[in-house]
Design a protein around this ligand. Structure first.
Ligand code: SAH
Ligand code: F3S
Length: 433
């Protein structure tokens, strides 16, 4: 009988892929069946995120709850960025944890799983050419890593301390992995990295053939049977013209792009060490709109970064008005260990940060309602990949909108034209044309 695995994945898309990698590695050793019941599990893995403080605080109470509910023989492992950053401290604070596995060490899951209190968190460990086993949650859409780590030093961000230096995965390995996924039924790929358009600046092998992100996109689009390419996240600083022209003109690249703003104030962007100004950001978004008017633009915004004045915040609101983002992921600044900004003295009052966040989110919701209303009667090519209750099937339009239609299994894995008949802020309903 196969063992049962409960795996909880928090945080970003890279963590989702890391969880798939862990499942694949475990299955190469012995068969595991996934379960969503703690009581049934033989192995419990929490794949953590440490980008903000809240999920870290939640981790320890969760370990306590899991420890009470689990079978006495079941093991608990903590993986991901919090594992990298707290290491052994996790076992000291929660001795019921059996092993700790860093975000850059997931290939070692089969080694730590049988070692009591193993801690594997080597930040310099190079998994960039590691051949992981095959496992995909969704056979229609493949997530594929193109780089590990991050070379930037944004002063608010803990990721360089948890995922280490940036190393690109050789393009032949990426193309090979995507080709395999396409043979397995995937028509779409999501390329993953902390800073995807910095691709190719460093490989583990110094003799690796040079290739930048634009070149990689060109290589990937030659894969027969692959119809859609997405990627996350690019950095506004590295959005050069060649990249934006490739984005706009390559028919396989989905017209949806994440352009993480963080702040609209040039002074704050400098304090964040983002490397671009408000003007550069607006200029890149204008370029996207000019080259590709149908593209949707999403962003990440932090409010209440140390030293943020009313004026700085108005600059952020100004960018919001000018760009009209289709999606905004907004966060209150959270001081993180190992980051420069945590040592800054001019921390913003919590109440003011909350007020700013509410104002930003309310304004974006208004804009989103208007933008989604405009979708009524429009037609989209939708790639269907998920069965939903009540005879509905869900998919994504080329520009990333969630679309539902009435239908059954036979729509899965197909790209069909849909006319929008009903809109809401979160999703669209439509009918096949
Ligand atoms: N390069 C990654 C960034 C990972 S962190 C990417 O582009 O996806 C994801 C987002 O979390 C960041 O863009 C930022 O908006 C937010 N974030 C990171 N550190 C933060 C902090 N200390 N406080 C609040 N939000 C933060
Ligand atoms: Fe973090 Fe900046 Fe890298 S947000 S992941 S340090 S690009």
């Amino acid at each position: 009988m196969s063992k049962k695995l409960f795996i909880e994945t928090l945080g970003c898309a890279m963590n989702v892929r890391d969880s798939e990698h862990m499942i694949a590695q475990l299955n190469q050793k012995e068969p595991y069946e996934l379960t969503d019941k703690i009581e049934d599990a033989d192995l419990i893995i929490i794949n953590t995120c440490s980008v903000r403080e809240k999920p870290v605080a939640k981790l320890f109470s969760e370990i306590g709850v899991f420890n009470k509910q689990k079978k006495p023989t079941a093991k608990i492992g903590v993986a991901g960025c919090t594992a990298s950053h707290l290491g052994e401290e996790i076992i000291k604070r929660a001795p019921s944890v059996d092993f700790v596995l860093g975000a850059r060490n997931v290939s070692k899951i089969t080694e730590v799983v049988d070692k009591k209190h193993a801690v594997e968190i080597d930040i310099d460990y190079d998994e960039s050419t590691y051949a992981f086993g095959e496992y995909r949650t969704n056979p229609f859409k493949a997530m594929v890593n193109i780089s590990i780590g991050c070379d930037k030093s944004c002063t608010f961000c803990i990721v360089p301390a948890t995922r280490g230096d940036e190393i690109s995965i050789p393009s032949r390995l990426i193309v090979g992995e995507i080709t395999k996924a396409v043979l397995g039924g995937a028509k779409e790929v999501m390329l993953l990295g902390q800073n995807v358009n910095h691709y190719g600046r460093r490989f583990s092998d110094v003799n690796e053939e040079a290739c930048d992100f634009t070149g990689l996109l060109q290589k990937i689009s030659k894969i027969e049977g692959l119809e859609r390419i997405r990627f996350t996240s690019p950095h506004p600083l590295h959005m050069d013209d060649a990249f934006l022209e490739e984005f706009a003109s390559n028919p396989k690249i989905c017209k949806q792009i994440h352009v993480p703003l963080q702040s609209g104030s040039t002074a704050l962007l400098k304090a964040m060490k983002r490397g671009y100004s408000k003007e550069w950001f607006l200029n890149r978004c204008e370029k996207i709109r000019t080259l590709c008017p149908e593209a949707t633009i999403s962003t990440d915004i932090i409010v209440g970064f140390p030293g943020e004045s009313d004026e700085d915040f108005e600059d952020t609101m100004d960018v919001l008005e000018k760009v009209r983002f289709d999606q905004v992921f907004s966060f209150k600044y959270s001081p993180r260990p190992h980051t420069e900004a945590a040592t800054f003295e001019n921390q913003v009052d919590e109440k003011i940060a909350s007020q700013r966040l509410t104002r930003l989110q309310d304004r974006h919701m208004q804009m989103l309602s208007e933008m989604m209303d405009e979708q009524l009667g429009k037609e989209h090519w939708v790639y269907f990949d998920e069965l939903k209750p009540n005879g509905r099937v869900a998919g994504r339009s080329d520009d990333g909108k969630l679309v539902f239609v009435k239908g059954s299994e036979e729509l899965l894995g197909k790209i069909k034209k849909v006319r929008i008949t009903h809109t809401s802020r979160a999703a669209l309903d439509g009918e096949l044309v």
